[in-house]
Design a binder for this molecule. Structure first.
Ligand SMILES: Nc1nc2c(c(=O)[nH]1)N=C([C@H](O)[C@H](O)COP(=O)(O)OP(=O)(O)OP(=O)(O)O)CN2
Length: 180
């Protein structure tokens, strides 16, 4: 069975090296909608794959990108300097921040979050099956588990600026996840 939870964030980026000139040469923003699909062949005592409320860390993670500039690690140093100077909320990561890049990063981190979630209500065999990232009303990218074989990065390659981390309800959750 599959459950799906929807999250939202407002984000800014540039996607370098893409075909669209508008997209690769301009800082612009989107009202992102993120659909997280989670599957299991087992139901818990409440007849649920897992309770949506156990996705609190997933919510905190995705909302880290809200009112945030998503910065590609490979961006020019001059722009990086500008972005950090004039933005409090910056998320830097190793993939280009296309819808596909976000979907892969989200899938990877949500998988890690679920692996480190304590399930105590009879849940079992839970895994994220895909993550769908809508950039606009007309376009989305969906990453599946097998897509992660094509990319090579670590959770340590994802960095959040203090403007983001200081708003986390659980201050040390990211450190704990990285070190788990
Ligand atoms: N495969 C992808 N293609 C494009 C992405 C992407 O992430 N993955 N991103 C962009 C741009 O960020 C752009 O802002 C969105 O592009 P587009 O869908 O063309 O936006 P429009 O609002 O102009 O779409 P219409 O449906 O034509 O109104 C580009 N491509």
């Amino acid at each position: 069975m599959i459950i799906r939870k929807l999250f939202k964030f407002e984000g800014a980026h540039i996607v370098r090296n893409c075909s669209s000139q508008q997209c690769r040469e301009n800082i612009h923003g989107h009202s992102y909608i993120v659909e997280v699909f989670i599957r299991s062949d087992k139901l818990d005592r409440g007849c649920m794959v897992m309770d949506f409320s156990l996705l609190d860390k997933v919510k905190m993670f995705i909302e880290s990108f809200d009112h945030t500039y998503s910065l590609w690690k490979g961006e020019a140093e001059e722009l990086k300097h500008f972005i950090y100077k004039y933005n409090r909320r910056v998320a830097e990561f190793p993939l280009s921040p296309s819808a596909e890049g976000f979907a892969l990063i989200f899938l990877y981190v949500i998988d890690l979050i679920l692996k480190n979630t304590r399930f105590e209500n009879g849940e079992g065999n839970i895994e994220v099956s895909s993550v769908r990232v809508h950039e606009t009303a007309t376009g989305y990218a969906e990453a599946f588990r097998e897509d992660l074989q094509e990319v090579h990065f670590s959770v340590r390659d994802i960095h959040f600026s203090p403007g983001i981390t200081e708003q986390w309800k659980t201050a040390d959750w990211w450190e704990k996840l990285i070190n788990a």
